[in-house]
Design a protein around this ligand. Structure first.
Ligand code: IMP
Ligand code: MG
Length: 182
């Protein structure tokens, strides 16, 4: 698995340090109201669980399963929700947590869906944001790290469902992205 990684971008200690900073900001931003965290599965699992353990305020957690990649490194643009029901977030302060902001299709679709449930506020928190022109106009309020437009894996992020368990974030070797083995 390690040999498939071209280079490591953020190791465990770097991720932990950044999570401490992000959690402190989020904690300070919600002093009065109970938060509702909506985590986008599966990529945000590690990030969400490590981040939330650093946020010592009352909150509720719900998860949404979204598919946009269909196993490829290129996004299809079409976002499918595995659950039919919209989480009940009426009147609540919602924090959407996702692994990475790439084209913006996923977060734009999730935001739109949650808005139909009339929350009090919605903010977006991502571990990574790619520096690129996005297909959809969507911004994150909390960003762990900005990265170049490269395909990364590890710490929850996958390529064809693999590499999620790497304890660091790294760039996948280009030839693997172009010619994946099953
Ligand atoms: P978007 O809809 O294009 O913004 O992509 C969002 C989703 O695509 C993320 O939640 C990831 O699951 C996946 N994704 C985008 N870029 C990468 C990457 O570099 N590595 C792994 N997954 C990615
Ligand atoms: Mg994903």
């Amino acid at each position: 698995m390690q040999s498939d990684i071209e280079r490591v971008l953020f190791d465990g200690p770097a991720i932990n340090k950044r999570l401490n900073e992000m959690a402190a900001r989020i904690t300070a931003d919600y002093p009065e109201r109970e938060l509702t965290v909506i985590a986008i599965l599966t990529g945000s699992l590690m990030f969400m669980s490590d981040l939330l353990r650093r946020i010592p305020i009352p909150l509720k957690l719900d998860c949404l399963s979204v598919v946009s990649y269909h196993g490829q490194a290129q996004t299809s643009g079409e976002v499918m929700f595995k659950q039919l029901a919209v989480p009940d977030v009426a009147g609540r302060d919602v924090l959407i947590v996702d692994d990475i902001l790439d084209t913006g299709h996923t977060l734009a679709a999730v935001r739109k869906k949650l808005e139909t449930a009339k929350p009090r506020s919605i903010r977006v928190c991502v571990l990574l944001s790619k520096r690129k022109q996005r297909a959809r106009d969507v911004d994150a309020d909390y960003i762990g790290f900005e990265i170049e437009d490269e395909f990364v894996v590890g710490y929850g992020l996958d390529f064809m469902e693999r590499y999620r368990n790497l304890p660091y974030i790294g760039v996948l070797r280009k030839e693997l992205v172009e010619q994946p083995t099953q």
